[in-house]
Design a protein around this ligand. Structure first.
Ligand SMILES: CC(C)(COP(=O)(O)OP(=O)(O)OC[C@H]1O[C@@H](n2cnc3c(N)ncnc32)[C@H](O)[C@@H]1OP(=O)(O)O)[C@@H](O)C(=O)NCCC(=O)NCCS
Length: 152
């Protein structure tokens, strides 16, 4: 199987919006809004401090993952927030998720980030099992948020 992992480019955006649609369908905290997802993807692609990668299989974009940099006082340096980890339903279980995270980890380490972190839906047992398998540790933190604008 010829899977290519590469940096996302503007022509990938529509395929990535489709992948985010499938991801948000299983994450209770998020509502799919293609206009907002397009805006967010464009910002990520244009950002030199962050990275958005895609998996391509036979010319089709079938997976994605992003990392954004933050400053951690705990680590005394820059760390990375991983988001948008999703593989198309018909391509799961083929090692694509592992390849995407390997690429993100390699880029993060090469950029000098000292820790990666992410939030996962606590009911998403398959994803939690995937992260367990890849050596991610669960923390005692709970995710909180406060919206600063009304949803349209
Ligand atoms: C979670 C997800 C990204 C994993 O990607 P994937 O391509 O299916 O996973 P891989 O095939 O690369 O699996 C990597 C390893 O994790 C293991 N793994 C994957 N899913 C697993 C599961 N549900 N239970 C146990 N192990 C699992 C695999 O066996 C594999 O182990 P190995 O490399 O030692 O053989 C993918 O299933 C997905 O997109 N799910 C829907 C979206 C989602 O939940 N995203 C996470 C949001 S936080």
């Amino acid at each position: 199987m010829d899977i290519t992992i590469r940096t996302a480019e503007p022509p990938d955006i529509e395929a990535l919006v489709g992948l985010l649609h499938s991801l948000f369908a299983i994450e209770a905290d998020f509502t799919f809004d293609p206009h907002r997802q397009r805006s967010g993807l464009t910002l990520l692609i244009e950002s030199s401090a962050d990275r958005l990668v895609v998996a391509e299989l036979e010319g089709r974009v079938v997976g994605m993952c992003s990392v954004q940099t933050l400053i951690s006082t705990a680590e005394g340096g820059r760390v990375g927030l991983v988001e948008d980890m999703v593989v198309a339903a018909d391509c799961q279980g083929l090692g694509i998720g592992r390849k995407l995270l390997d690429e993100i980890e390699g880029w993060a380490a090469g950029t000098g980030l000292t820790r990666l972190q992410l939030l996962a839906d606590c009911a998403n047992e398959p994803a939690l099992a995937f992260y367990d398998r890849l050596g991610w540790q669960r923390t005692a933190l709970v995710g909180l948020r406060k919206m600063l604008r009304e949803r349209d």
